[in-house]
Design a protein around this ligand. Sequence first.
Ligand code: OGA
Ligand code: MN
Length: 303
Amino acid sequence: MDNVASQYRYIGARPMAAALGAEIVGVDLSRDISDPVFDEIHRAHLEFGVIVFRDQDLSPLRQKIFSARFGKLMSHAIARFRHPDHPEVMVMTNIKDGAVNIGASRAGFEWHSDQSYKPVPALGTLLYGIECPPVGANTEFASMYAAYDALPEARKESLEGKLGVHDYAWAWETYYKDRAPLTDSEKAALPPVRHPLARIHPETGRKALYLSEGMTRSVDGMDEQSGRAMVLELNDFATQEQFVYSHAWRPGDLVFWDNRCLLHRATPSDPKYRRVMQRTMVEDGTISAEAQAEHRSRNHRVA
Ligand code: OGA
Ligand code: MN
């Protein structure tokens, strides 16, 4: 598909980087969206991977209503991160009330794909900026289509049939040493899962890498060290500058990304600036029931 804005009749789409990302204009997400407009937004999401809507005014409820057009909403796997009145909404912030953060603290500084550690991950994530630092705190996105396409043919072939081991408890212990440890029941609810290192996007039919520094502990059937080395090598290849769009946030931005074909990560900002973000996720209903059952039976065998 080529990035021709005139393919859209009801919305404007302005590409923002070579590999992925577009700003969508002419849509007010706080109102009900008609089917033809929705169809174009859906198409733009598939075409660009990351779509950005500026100057939006979204209550938690309005964000849920828009998000739910794309599928079933997904609450965060960890109950303590959920909004008290809207379990499908998560507030991410650096603001504290006394010693306690008023939402989930910022996370995701390593490249990752949301909820890849679950048998049914998140199709997409919608992140809305309520308060954003004037500098820093960009979110970066890397196209796993572009990265896959750029791999040498022999390397592509070597990935066939290989499964990455995505492990939340491992990631928590490795990257979130400052947080209270996961409880035994939180851990038990999130055993490691395996997903193909390269997979076909169910809606576009394009092949994309699916692994990350942040969540993929190893590769199934390899020893931990060489599996991890392979994950890191592919992660580093995939996140080179030419595959990346870096989003500089403004309050009122709603950014909707496709977790099936890109990685993303948070970047730092000065703690003197407040940051408040409202997040929803849509479940990847395109993973078949058979694939889910397969995941469950395989995962019993992962150490
Ligand atoms: C997320 C995430 C990055 C950021 O919401 O899933 O990774 O910059 N956010 O807050
Ligand atoms: Mn994330």
